[in-house]
Design a protein around this ligand. Sequence first.
Ligand code: 26Q
Length: 801
Amino acid sequence: MRTGVFRNKDSFIRDFKKRLKQTYLKDINDSTIRERYNILGTLVREEISKDWIKTNKILEKNDQRKVYYFSMEFLMGRLITNNLMNMGIRRVVEEAFNDLGFDLNETEHYESDPGLGNGGLGRLAACYLDSLASLGLPGYGNCIRYRYGLFRQRIKQGYQEERPDNWLSDGYVWEVRKEEEAVDIPFFGNIEWHDGFVYKPSEYIRAVPYDVPIVGDSNNVVNALRLWNAEPSKRYPEGKSAFEYESELQKISGILYPDDTTYEGKQLRLKQQYFFSAAGVKSIVNKHLKKYGTLDNLADYVVFHINDTHPTLIIPELMRILLDEQHMEWDKAWDITQKVTAYTNHTILAEALEKWPIDIMKPLLPRIYQLIEEINRRFCLELLEKVGYQNSDLINELAIIGNGVVRMAHLCIVSSYSVNGVAKLHTDILKNIEMKKFYDIYPEKFINVTNGITHRRWLLHTNTELTELLEKYIGSGFKKHPFELEKLLDFVDEKELKEAFLKVKKIKKEQLAQRIYKEQKIKIDTDSIFDIQVKRLHEYKRQLMNALHIMYVYHNLKTNPDFKANYVPHTFIFGAKAAAGYYFAKKVIKLINTIAKKVNNDSETNEYLKVIFVENYNVSYAEMIMPAADISEQISTASKEASGTGNMKFMMNGALTLGTLDGANVEIDELVGQDNIFIFGMNADEVTNLYKNGGYNPKEIYNNDEEIRMLLEQLVNGFFEDEKQDEFSDIFNNLVYNDNYFVLKDYHSYKEAHRLANEAYKNKNEWAKKALVNIAKSGIFASDRSINEYAENIWHIKPIK
Ligand code: 26Q
């Protein structure tokens, strides 16, 4: 039971009105939504702070091991609903708002959705924070307080435009500035020798932490996400104008880099990486020293988790502190460093692996670079002893530094005690192919932890209708123990359940349809199949294949009466941002919008086929989209998608996967069985072998396959009459001459999967059963399971006592 403001409806109303008056000098009836939101947020934060202080007090007393999750991205989404729910006070507030004549939902939606991440990796970090707190585990996020998050997307004449994401314009109620814990981060300068190396930086940047509370579900535990802001240091750099210094430092926490397929080393990005890694390490080390007076026992109490290679500089930074500030011997420092760092790999795309040019790193971080050189030298020597001079090729291949660059993944593997992939297939590919030679040296380091999603946000909060229905059949145990969703299997043949499920689905489809109508003025049929692909735009994710198939459907609706008679109306929905500099991805967005315009306005077909490209797909939009899907498109070229997490969100909300055997789809397939999923295309082995044998010749398919030729020609023959003739010629050429991701090769099997799905949907009862099996089997993808695995197998942390 809560005391104070949230004790009951009446006390809340009284305090809410009073605070509103004190703050804005207004009666509640004259208040704006912004004012109501701010007061609500403030009251909730104050309530959270009680638990926050308590949690911290306990931890100060306890000798407990904690994990610090370093990630350049945390894609949190709105926190208000999550906080109200997890605090167990949403009901009280909702009733109060109803009494006052205001809509709580609308107020919640006023909160800005901070885009401090690109996609999967950032959202995973956010789900993991929710699970850590909800499982009562001591775990903290560490990131940058980007002034601007990922750009907001606008679609104009079918093209993507990028606008700045000014998420802080109105303040952020959840953050608490911790001035006292600010630290100075050194850059540039040189190294001198005075009985040992002494680093003399020429510039410092002040890092000021802002803590955002992470509220556990009904357990009074509050953890934190620490966001670092770059500010001027009191140690002002000599010989630099104030203007230059200020504008340089502002950039560091200025903007989130968009995830590009091809990795490009930019000095600013490296500055960001060092800035938040060093700030995090320093504040943690300070705290530890304050408590224990030594770093000798650091590894007993601290784990630094490295979320992809972006925070790799934790490793040399910790070495720097242990050697230069604590004056430890190398071996001891190295031993500690190895025991506190664990690394997760999220990608197998070779071109996405981080490699920093020495020319960029060395002048910016001279001491850090020097330490990496020493780590590399020792690693190469060790390797030499193991494999001998005759294997110098292997040493060159695995070295941390080579060809003028620092290979960050190599540094992580060599230095961390744990290396994990994010789905079974992905980890197998790391072990057997991508990182095989490291696996041969350090087999004990490699482990799999399949990704997960927080079922609280992605089921309980965003699909209350489905949650209520499930509760009726299997009780409420699944809310705390998502594995209990499996109890649903006992009921999947019950007619009432299936009908009730279809009703819920329809409600969620209507809610989405309303939003789409409001924003885009396009009416969609909520009895049609909602076939949805939402994720970042990347060639390997093959939105292009989806688009080509829609062109095929359209063609057949126009020309083939049998096809039309057999076709269940479909609404194809896309949501995707393309990195601003990713030319090809932007072309695909244009193509999808061009197709949409043509087919949506064709009265001969638009009862059967609609295409929607939602603008500015983000976490909040996803919350409406996931519950509304019938079909979840997970169609990446096998072996390329490390895991995927959207696939799990769709599944938990009762959509059927139409996809390749890639990433976590493989595990979904194993769980639900072939009757409840539509799998198509080459598998990972086939793809790997095809690459190995020099790829294939798409031109041959183009020449010999009439249907594919017809579709591809529509890209360049004026079929899209409103577009320039060469608008899509780069897409055409790419498919015919490169087709690196095997779109043409998998096309027919993709089409066949769609045909089967279309047939299956005709029996709605059977469809409902399939969807329910998916829900029942989805518990394993709750991030609570993933986090328990991390806690037990990698971090060795225990719940807060
Ligand atoms: C790197 C250098 C410069 C600029 C940007 C980047 C950068 C930024 C973000 C590189 C990669 C990312 C994000 C990667 C990512 O989201 N990977 C996804 O991670 C998910 C969580 O594990 C997986 O489910 C997805 O399969 C994987 O693609």
